[in-house]
Design a binder for this molecule. Structure first.
Ligand code: ACO
Length: 403
């Protein structure tokens, strides 16, 4: 065991807080969370109200600029996003250089970083406010195009461009699902569900990927580089990759005969590192409010599409057990946002390896808002945590022949 008193005597008073569970890294006015009560608000507005009355693009404005837009501001913001919806033609050849099986998160993170090559104004150490606003709408617009192109590349289909008469979400669906010789008319319920999913993903204060964006941005690396790093952080199965991991877990249970109770026992066994994906949350120790909203849409969309999927039956069984089993109740392990988002994405025919990309598209305005808030903070410092060194203090170098 490590003797903390002795370590303190040697290293001074550095706080040891593995996983930063109790360390505030910044002051922020973007997102309020009360994990005990299950409350999530963006700039003070409850997410349930935003999901009901707003759109993802309006919520993006709210998060990034701190206020709901006026009619003129909203129109200008949408116009700018539409204006930037092309990517440099050269970039199309980047997509074709990836093998067909490449994970779209790998493609997305490298493509977002590559975008900076085409925008030298990003490399200026200090952008003007206008340049920064231009960069923000450029990124918001182009990332969904890159995501849809990554998908088209993976299925070997031609890239589809945005259409001026479609809104942000419908355009994304259009770029994903329009096929050669076959059009695609986005359905209103599907558009609304995707809008809600993106709103619910839009920010969640200092999670792993947002803290990564802040950390990389604190060195004054450009926005595209910082977002690219955030996408990589989101990829992990303990963070954004969990929605993909949820479906993979359900498929595995289905392949093994559908007996989910065995998997619940495994998750409870302290000698087995196995965890049920889509359950538990670092911050929410009552129900995840995003999961509560999504559960309603999940039931609605499955009914509407008339989906009869054995995997969803397994999901319902797991959900029921988690809400009644003392192990899960004592540890406050409720289904989280990824549990339902994975199920909805599957119902919308989004391929499993695109789930985390969908999360990244939704989280984009939150990342941008935190990057902007950090740069505008007069007290901003480069992020540089300390450590408590527990290795050998000093050793002589031993020549290789004597080892
Ligand atoms: N299945 C079974 N047991 C679990 C699970 C789970 N999914 N999650 C936590 N536990 C148990 C732990 O074993 C621990 O038990 P113990 O007290 O007997 O040792 C207790 O619950 C607390 O777990 P911690 O690991 O301390 O919780 P932490 O807050 O660090 O982790 C996390 C949160 C990473 C989300 C965790 O619950 C987990 O791994 N869940 C599965 C992955 C997942 O769904 N991630 C998505 C998170 S949401 C998002 O990123 C948007």
């Amino acid at each position: 065991a490590i003797d903390i008193t002795k370590l303190r005597a040697q290293t001074g008073y550095i706080t040891l807080d593995p996983g930063y569970g109790n360390t505030g890294s910044c002051l922020s006015a973007i997102t309020f969370i009360d994990g005990e009560q299950g409350i999530l608000r963006y700039r003070g507005i409850d997410i349930a109200e935003l999901c009901e009355k707003s759109t993802f693009v309006e919520v993006s404005y709210l998060l990034i600029y701190g206020q709901l837009p006026t009619v003129e501001q909203y129109a200008r913001f949408k116009e700018k996003i539409h204006h930037h919806s092309l990517i440099h033609e050269d970039m199309k050849s980047f997509f074709t250089s990836y093998p067909g099986h490449a994970h779209p998160m790998a493609i997305l993170s490298s493509m977002v970083c590559s975008l900076s090559v085409y925008h030298p104004e990003l490399l200026k150490p200090d952008q003007t406010i206008d340049e920064r606003d231009e960069t923000i709408s450029r990124l918001l617009s182009k990332v969904r195009v890159l995501a849809a192109f990554a998908y088209k590349r993976s299925v070997g289909e031609a890239f589809v461009y945005t259409r001026p008469e479609l809104d942000y979400i419908s355009n994304f669906l259009h770029m994903m699902f329009t096929r050669p010789m076959r059009g695609y008319v986005p359905d209103e319920l599907i558009r609304k569900v995707l809008d809600v999913l993106f709103i619910l993903h839009a920010d969640h204060e200092q999670n792993c990927s947002t803290s990564t964006v802040r950390m990389v941005g604190s060195s004054k690396a450009n926005l595209f580089a910082a977002i690219s790093a955030g996408i990589c952080a989101l990829w992990g199965p303990l963070h954004g990759g969990a929605n993909q991991a949820v479906i993979e877990m359900l498929e595995e249970i289905h392949r093994a005969g559908g007996c989910y109770k065995k998997y619940i026992e495994r998750a409870k066994d302290k000698n087995d590192p196995y965890r049920l994906m889509g359950f538990g949350h670092r911050v929410y120790k009552s129900y995840d409010p995003r999961a509560q909203i999504l559960k309603k849409y999940c039931d609605e969309v499955l009914n509407y599409l008339g989906i009869d999927d054995p995997i969803l039956e397994i999901a319902k069984g797991l959900e029921e057990v988690a809400l009644t089993d003392p192990y899960f109740i004592e540890r406050k392990l409720y289904p989280n946002v990824d549990f339902y988002s994975g199920i909805i994405y599957r119902a919308l025919k989004i391929p499993t390896n695109m789930f985390t990309v969908m999360f990244a598209l939704g989280r984009l305005p939150g990342w941008i808002a935190h990057w902007k808030e950090m740069l505008e903070d007069p007290g901003m410092r480069i992020a540089r945590p300390r450590q408590i060194y527990i290795g050998e203090r000093q050793r002589p170098y031993v020549p290789i022949a004597q080892r």
